[in-house]
Ligand binder design. Structure first.
Ligand code: NAP
Length: 156
């Protein structure tokens, strides 16, 4: 199983504002869809609320501490460990938000980052991580953003 964190991150680390994305980049949303289709998506309950529906073509797992939370088309996990166990040997994409990225980072094998050349105001950030533990295996530069793949190289 490969655990992949996928996120669009401002140059100041900001990923969210008022439970929404601080930037809208169509190509980033298209890339998110292309990479995650057919795979399991794990996300925090707040991120799920901001999307508001299960994303088609993907198994959606929402992490919440609320014992009575449920919604059609979504699997519920009451801890991150339980969510990660649902991967069944397949690729599992962790789709945020800040709380979930922070807890999932030690388990991650790969980071699929969209590095956005903006420093927006925001209230949620991507966790600070040690770049020396990761190798950049792909970088696709675009006007205003870059798609970057980092694979873990140092042992956990
Ligand atoms: N830029 C990007 O790529 C990107 C991607 C995703 C999200 N975002 C943004 O990130 C923001 C949301 O992030 P956030 O940090 O506020 O919230 P979040 O990580 O999406 O969700 C937090 C919630 O997850 C649940 N949770 C967290 N840890 C848990 C655990 N160990 N066990 C069980 N449940 C757990 C809790 O839900 P309950 O309160 O229900 O118990 C908690 O309130 C939004 O602004 C969103 O737009 C950005």
């Amino acid at each position: 199983m490969t655990i992949i964190l996928i996120a669009a991150v401002g140059s100041n680390g900001v990923i969210g504002r008022d439970n929404d994305l601080p930037f809208r980049i169509r190509e980033d949303l298209q890339r998110f869809k292309r990479l995650t289709l057919g795979h399991t998506l794990v996300m925090g309950r707040k991120t799920y609320d901001s999307i508001g529906r299960p994303l088609p073509g993907r198994r959606t797992v929402v992490v919440t501490r609320q014992s009575d939370w449920s919604t059609p088309g979504v699997e519920v996990a009451h801890s991150l460990d339980d969510a990660l166990k649902l991967a069944d040997g397949n690729d599992l994409y962790v789709a945020g938000g800040g709380e979930i990225y922070l807890q999932a980072l030690p388990h991650a094998d790969r980071l699929e980052l969209t590095e956005v050349d903006q420093a927006p105001e925001g209230d949620v950030t991507f966790p600070v991580f040690d770049r020396t533990a990761w190798t950049e295996t792909a970088r696709e530069a675009h006007d205003g953003y870059a798609f970057v793949t980092l694979d873990r190289t140092a042992p956990r």
